[in-house]
Design a protein around this ligand. Structure first.
Ligand SMILES: [Zn+2]
Length: 261
C-alpha cells in the first residue's frame, strides 16, 4: 500500500512558479528538494517491501505449523485404528464386534478421568461389585462415574428395578477392579440397604447379564470373581460375608447359561 504524499514539498515541485514567487528558491534548491523527496519515497518503498516479506514469512510459518499438527493427528489416529483393527493374538472373540441386546441401555460416559480409553483386548473373568450406596439407582451411579474428577467406572450397573446401564464400550478397560481392569468386565450392582444384599429383581437381572456375557466371551460360572478376590476389599459386601450366597450366585449363573444353550 502506498500513501500519496500531499505535503508542501509535492506542491512545491508541482507548482514551481508559485513556490518560487513565494520563497524565492533557486534551481539548486529545487534539485535538492527533489532528491530528498526521491529518497523518502525509496525508503518508504523498502519499508513496504520488508513488511510484505514479513507477512509472507508469518503466513508460511502458520501454514507449515498447521500442516505439522494435521500430520501428527493423522499419524496418531492411524496408529490407533491399526491397534484396534489388529486381530486378537489369542484368537478370542473380536470384542468390538459384540452387539448388546436391547434390554441393556447404553449410556456411555465421557468423563476422561474415569473413561481412560485403554483398550480391553481380552476378557478372562467377570468382576462383581456392589455400589456401596444403599438405595442409589443405576442412572445415579452412572452419572456419578461421569462427574468431573471421578476416576472410577464399571462397564455395567444393574439397578434396583432390574434395569441395566452400560457405561463403557466392551473393548475399553474399566477402572473398578485394580490390577484386573486389564482383563475383566466389571459389573456394579445396586442394593436397597446397608447389608449389600441384592433384591430379587436386581439379582435376576444380574444373572441374565452374567449369562449373556459368558456366552459372548466363552466363559462359565467359574469365571465369576468378586472385587474381594482381587484386592481383599469387602465388595460386594453381602457376598463376601456370606460365602454360601456367593456360591449360590455362581450356581444360578451356571444354570442360566445351561438353560439358554
Ligand atoms: Zn468393588
Amino acid at each position: 500500500m502506498t500513501v500519496q504524499y500531499e505535503g508542501p514539498r509535492t506542491k512545491a515541485v508541482e507548482q514551481p512558479d508559485a513556490a518560487d514567487h513565494q520563497s524565492g528558491r533557486t534551481e539548486p534548491d529545487r534539485l535538492e528538494e527533489k532528491r530528498v523527496w526521491q529518497e523518502v519515497k525509496e525508503k518508504r518503498r523498502i519499508r513496504t517491501e520488508a513488511a510484505r516479506l514479513r507477512r509472507r514469512r508469518r503466513m508460511l510459518a502458520a501454514v507449515a505449523g498447521g500442516a505439522a499438527v494435521a500430520l501428527a493427528v493423522g499419524f496418531f489416529f492411524g496408529l490407533r485404528a491399526l491397534w484396534y483393527a489388529a486381530p486378537d493374538p489369542l484368537g478370542g472373540p473380536d470384542i468390538s464386534q459384540i452387539r448388546c441386546p436391547d434390554w441393556i441401555e447404553q449410556d456411555f460416559i465421557t468423563n476422561p478421568t474415569a473413561r481412560t480409553g485403554a483398550p480391553l483386548a481380552e476378557v478372562k473373568d467377570l468382576a462383581i461389585h456392589y455400589v456401596g450406596n444403599p438405595g442409589s439407582s443405576a442412572k445415579g451411579n452412572r452419572n456419578y462415574f461421569n462427574t468431573e474428577g471421578v476416576d472410577v467406572c464399571s462397564h455395567f450397573v444393574v439397578g434396583l428395578e432390574g434395569e441395566i446401564i452400560q457405561c463403557l464400550p466392551l473393548d475399553e478397560q474399566s477402572v473398578a477392579t485394580n490390577q484386573r481392569n486389564k482383563d475383566t468386565i466389571s459389573i456394579e450392582v445396586c442394593h436397597p440397604d446397608e447389608t449389600g444384599r441384592f433384591s430379587d429383581v436386581t439379582y435376576r437381572s444380574l444373572i441374565r447379564l452374567i449369562s449373556w456375557l459368558c456366552r459372548q466371551f466363552d466363559l462359565t460360572q467359574e469365571n465369576l470373581i468378586r472385587h474381594y478376590d482381587v484386592s481383599g476389599k469387602l465388595c460386594p459386601l453381602y457376598y463376601v460375608q456370606h460365602e454360601d450366597a456367593w456360591q449360590k450366585l455362581k450356581e444360578d449363573a451356571g444354570k442360566a447359561l445351561e438353560a439358554e444353550e
